[in-house]
Design a protein around this ligand. Sequence first.
Ligand SMILES: C[S@@+](CC[C@H](N)C(=O)[O-])C[C@H]1O[C@@H](n2cnc3c(N)ncnc32)[C@H](O)[C@@H]1O
Length: 262
Amino acid sequence: MNTWMTNAVFGLIFVLTATGLFFFVVTRGALLVRGLSGAGGESSHVYPIYSNMRLIKLVDFQPIISAILLFQYPRLVSKIVEGLRATDLTNKKVLVTSCAFGNVIPRVVEAALESGAQRILIADIIQNELVHAESKLGHCSGKVQYIEDNATSMKQQEGLVDANVMFFLLHELPHHLKARALSEAGRMLAPGGKLYLAEFHRPELWVLRALSWTYFKVFEPLGLALWDTHDPLNCLNEMGGWTVERTTYFFGNFQVITATKH
Ligand SMILES: C[S@@+](CC[C@H](N)C(=O)[O-])C[C@H]1O[C@@H](n2cnc3c(N)ncnc32)[C@H](O)[C@@H]1O
């Protein structure tokens, strides 16, 4: 191998390792330290990349966010947007349960407004996330309301909305809160309303499963339960009162569940 090639390989290994270390420190690493210091509270499971404004702004860059979701991000968002576009939301309200990086929030808000929604509520447990979401939605201001609230014990009135979007929240919640978040998502919906839930899913290909398992073990150990014990489709079916359909993406690595409340 010539010197140029050797330098390129070492350069790439360095960049990948540094990126992995950075993400570990601002996600699971920080939670481990927080756990050791005994810090508690209802937002103690939230990573610093979602609470520190500098980190939020540093990380929220569409190519990085798409890469984390193996470039399936636009497809997952499109599935939700198609569902919203196909629904008459005239004079109805739509809830986005927790913010997320990338363009999911602007795309969802635009689709909901195009379908006639009267108001979009964006709820998050972290105020900085709401401020950041607002910075992406200048063109829709007036129709969007930002609410500091906990997805696992919402303060909003029951049956308030006709669509509820939950984008990659469940895998970050402690297990005992996953079912509560689903139950609250249902409580917020009016009968006939739809929950759109995007999440990780157990991959079909063993290579992908092995890589994905390693990713979860290192970075997001709370996510692995979505493959079996806390499969959201099973949880919703066990709760009852839903008609549920699931679409999987990229060899089964991701899923979008559309659940209609009876
Ligand atoms: C949806 S998740 C992860 C999104 C995904 N990794 C992405 O950005 O593409 C991150 C968001 O959930 C919020 N969050 C975490 N726990 C929450 C809870 N119990 N209630 C409401 N929001 C919560 C965090 O503050 C953060 O804004």
